[in-house]
Design a protein around this ligand. Structure first.
Ligand code: NDP
Length: 281
C-alpha cells in the first residue's frame, strides 16, 4: 500500500531518517515503480522510502525535487525532457539522447541518467542471432533506445505513422520510413512495437498487411507496452514467434536506477531478486 507524498514524508522523517525517493509523472497512479523500489529497499535492508508524485508542470521539477528533500527520483511521461533540463550534471548517454528518467542528488547537485534504453537492451539480450531490428514508432522511447542498440552493434531502422518525428532519426543517420515509403519486402530479425498503439485501444502499430509480410520472416517480436497482450503481440504469437512484453524493460530500467540511488552498494542480481517480486503480486 502507498500513501500520499506528505504522509510518507512525515512517516519517514518522524521515525527513522529514511532517504526519500519518488517518481514524477502525469498520470502517475498506475506506476509500478513505488512497489518495485520499496520491495528492494525492504529486501536489501536499505533505509529508503519511494512514493509517487503527480507533477503537472514539468518546469517545476527541479524546485519540487529540492522542496520535497528527496535523494533520488524517476521521471516518466511527459517530463523526461524537463528532467534533462533540470540537472546540473548529465551522464554521457543522457546527454546524447536529451532525456532523463533517473535523477540522484549528490552534494546538492542533480545528476541525470537515462536507464530506459539500457533496460531495453538487457531485456532483448535473451534473443540470440539478432542483427537487424525494426522499430514501429518514433517517440521518445524509440529515440533513446535506437542509439543504445546501434552502439551495441544492432542495425536499427524506424517505421512511423507520420513523418515529423522521423527527422531527428534521419539526422542521426538511421533509415527511417513512413507507411507510404516503406518496402514490406524488407527483412528484420527483431520487430518492436515502440508505439502506444494497443495500450488503451486495439490498434496495430502499422497496417496489418505489413505485419503479415514481415513477422513470418522475423526471429522474435517485442512490445514495450506491459501488463496486457496487445494486438501486435497476439499477432506475433499466432505466428509462433518468441515474444516478450515491456515488463522486463521496466524491471531492468528500475534495477539500474536503484543501483544509482544506492550508490552501487548492491549487485544487479541482488536488486533484481527483490524488484521482480513486484511483477508476481
Ligand atoms: P511518445 O508519445 O513519445 O511516441 C508515441 C509513438 O507512438 C509515436 O511514434 C506515434 O506516432 C506512435 N503511435 C501512437 N499511436 C499510434 C497508433 N495508433 N498507430 C501507430 N502509431 C502510433 O511515446 P513514448 O515513446 O514515450 O512511449 C511509447 C510506448 O513505450 C508507450 O506505450 C509507453 O507506455 C511505452 N514505454 C514502456 C516502458 C517500459 O519500461 N516498458 C518505458 C517507457 C515507455 P506519430 O508520430 O505518428 O504520432
Amino acid at each position: 500500500m502507498f500513501f500520499c507524498y506528505n504522509t510518507i514524508q512525515k512517516i519517514a522523517l518522524g521515525t527513522r531518517m529514511k532517504k526519500l525517493f519518488t517518481i514524477f509523472g502525469n498520470p502517475i497512479s498506475h506506476s509500478k515503480s513505488p512497489l518495485m523500489h520499496n520491495l528492494s529497499f525492504r529486501g536489501l535492508n536499505y533505509s529508503g522510502c519511494y512514493t509517487r508524485y503527480k507533477l503537472e508542470d514539468g518546469s517545476m521539477l527541479r524546485d519540487k525535487f529540492f522542496e520535497l528533500n528527496i535523494t533520488g527520483a524517476n521521471i516518466t511521461v511527459p517530463h523526461k525532457e524537463h528532467a534533462f533540463r533540470a540537472c546540473d550534471v548529465l551522464d554521457e548517454f543522457a546527454q546524447k539522447v536529451g532525456a532523463v528518467n533517473t535523477i540522484v542528488k549528490r552534494d546538492n547537485r542533480l545528476y541525470g541518467y537515462n536507464t530506459d534504453a539500457l533496460g531495453f537492451l538487457k531485456a532483448i539480450s535473451e534473443f540470440k542471432d539478432i542483427k537487424t531490428v525494426l522499430f514501429l514508432g518514433a517517440g521518445g522511447t524509440a529515440q533513446s533506445t535506437s542509439i543504445v542498440l546501434r552502439d551495441a552493434g544492432y542495425d536499427v531502422e524506424i517505421l512511423n505513422r507520420s513523418a515529423k518525428r522521423l527527422e531527428r532519426f534521419k539526422k542521426e543517420g538511421f533509415f527511417a520510413y513512413t507507411f507510404g515509403n516503406f518496402s514490406i519486402q524488407n527483412h528484420y530479425d527483431l520487430i518492436v512495437n515502440m508505439t502506444s498503439a494497443g495500450l488503451q485501444d486495439d490498434n496495430y502499430p502499422c497496417p496489418v498487411l505489413f505485419l503479415e509480410k514481415m513477422i513470418p520472416k522475423s526471429k522474435a517480436c517485442v512490445d514495450v507496452i506491459y501488463g496486457k497482450e496487445t494486438p501486435f503481440l497476439k499477432f506475433a504469437k499466432q505466428h509462433n514467434k518468441p515474444t516478450k512484453d515491456g515488463s522486463d524493460m521496466l524491471l531492468y530500467q528500475g534495477v539500474i536506477a536503484f543501483d544509482y540511488f544506492t550508490d552501487h552498494q548492491f549487485s544487479f542480481e541482488e536488486i533484481k531478486k527483490y524488484m521482480q517480486r513486484a511483477f508476481m503480486l
